[in-house]
Design a protein around this ligand. Structure first.
Ligand SMILES: [Zn+2]
Length: 148
């Protein structure tokens, strides 16, 4: 198969978007990033639990931090987007919260903020956008929420 390469001679992109590997969320995450955040070019690493991988890694040389570091150093991204989602298996799923959506959301928000601090310590000056993809309407829809 041959297809058009859209980035000939281009080595910079706008952002890095770190998401969970979960097959149920990543396509919709791309849609949110492109249509709602207006980001057209981005590196898109995926690790189990997203923020969890950042929070649990020991140093900048570890794979999770390299997923942020390489886009910052090589592709000169200005924005770092971290997206967590509800019912994330890496965290034990929604079951761990006994159906308490609010507790689950609060937990993910604190995970995202922890990851933001760790990333900002290493890459100051970058804009960090935190996102929580929340299952709503009895699991029929995903609501992408910005976390401040
Ligand atoms: Zn997940």
């Amino acid at each position: 198969m041959k297809t058009e390469f859209k980035f000939k001679g281009i080595h910079c992109c706008e952002a890095v978007v770190l998401a969970c590997i979960d097959f149920r969320f990543w396509k919709e995450t791309m849609k949110f990033v492109e249509e709602e955040l207006g980001i057209k070019s981005y590196d898109f690493p995926k690790l189990p639990g997203s923020a969890k991988a950042i929070n649990e890694c020991a140093s900048g040389a570890d794979v999770p931090m390299a997923c942020i570091g390489v886009p910052c150093d090589l592709h000169h991204v200005g924005k770092i987007v971290i997206a967590n989602h509800s019912d994330c298996g890496a965290y034990g799923g929604s079951a761990k919260f006994n159906g308490d959506d609010e507790a689950e959301q609060k937990f993910h928000e604190s995970e995202l903020k922890k990851a933001e601090e760790k990333i900002k310590a290493q890459y100051p000056g970058k804009e960090v956008v935190l996102v929580y993809a929340k299952l709503v309407d009895d699991g029929e829809n995903i609501d992408f929420l910005r976390v401040d």
